[in-house]
Design a protein around this ligand. Structure first.
Ligand code: ADP
Length: 277
């Protein structure tokens, strides 16, 4: 009889602890679902004004005075960034809807020279960095052929650069380095974005790649982030079988490094030097 009583207690105990832990998780789950719903709704709502802006920019492009190179350049940047933003919104929508981060990342496999894309990005950020008095530098070989999903790898570069600028006070510097590392086993593309900004504490470094995480809430809010950029950066890197790491000291700056091995199928005809055969 003692054995039966003990057994009943054990069963009731296990059931009770399961029920309690489920109850304890409910508020967090609810908040997470609310956040997901918010991102989904916000991205949806943002699409309409963006298409209006894009058509207005295109209409302006037809009217613009070709003898004014500044206006033409600014309009070009506007058009490029609005198009990119609508791509980002589509991605955000997919990310918010999906339960698994991988589901949002269906990879295209291509080989392309990433340097022109990096130069275009520097151009797009030029007004922003000059307003913030930040020195933005690109260190890359004349040509750097990489293999992977073009749009996603460019998006990865934008996310890390945007953060580096955002979290670096005036007078600081941001450097983007594009390299190719070869070793006996494999060939990889390495993107490093370093800044002389505010840095990230060791505790926060463990969580910054989590969706919706923002280090110092007040500070990040001032910068207008939602804590999604780095989780997208991580899902892009992971989808390429790569890894993303951070090294940082509070008050001194940070270095984000993404290592992307060449995708087997895309790099079949690729020489380890990165040049297509
Ligand atoms: P957010 O939109 O808030 O920037 P992210 O996912 O891109 O979202 O980044 C998450 C958090 O990591 C940020 O809120 C910020 O606190 C921190 N962070 C990201 N990049 C940097 C950086 N280069 N320097 C300092 N803090 C950073």
């Amino acid at each position: 009889i003692f054995v039966s009583i003990a057994l009943v207690f054990a069963v009731v105990g296990v059931a009770l602890s399961r029920w309690m832990s489920k109850r304890a998780l409910e508020p967090a789950k609810e908040a997470y679902n609310l956040q997901k719903e918010f991102v989904s709704n916000a991205s949806h709502e943002l699409r309409t004004p963006l298409s209006v802006i894009l058509s207005a920019v295109e209409a302006l492009g037809m009217e613009v005075d070709k003898s004014n190179p500044f206006k033409e350049k600014m309009l070009g940047t506007l058009k490029h960034e609005v198009k990119r933003m609508s791509g980002l919104i589509t991605e955000l929508l997919a990310l918010a809807r999906s339960d698994s981060e991988q589901a949002a990342t269906q990879l295209k496999k291509e080989r392309f020279d990433i340097r022109p894309a990096a130069e275009q990005m520097i151009e797009s950020f030029s007004e922003y960095v000059s307003q913030k008095e930040i020195c933005l530098k690109l260190v890359a070989p004349e040509q750097l052929e990489v293999a992977g999903d073009r749009d996603k790898l460019i998006q990865l570069m934008y996310i890390l650069t945007d953060n580096a600028i955002k979290y670096t006070p005036a007078g600081g510097r941001v450097e983007i380095a594009l390299e190719q590392h070869n070793n006996k086993k494999q060939c990889e593309f390495v993107l490093s974005v370093s800044d002389s900004g505010i840095g990230i504490s060791p505790e926060d470094q463990k969580r910054i790649f989590d969706r919706f995480f923002r280090a110092d809430k007040m500070r990040s809010r001032k910068e207008g982030g939602y804590g999604l950029g780095l989780s997208i950066a991580k899902s892009i890197t992971t989808a390429h079988n790569g890894e993303i790491t951070v090294e940082s000291n509070t008050g001194e700056g940070s270095v984000f490094r993404a290592r992307i091995p060449y995708l087997a199928e895309a790099s079949k005809t690729m020489h380890p030097s990165g040049k297509a055969l």
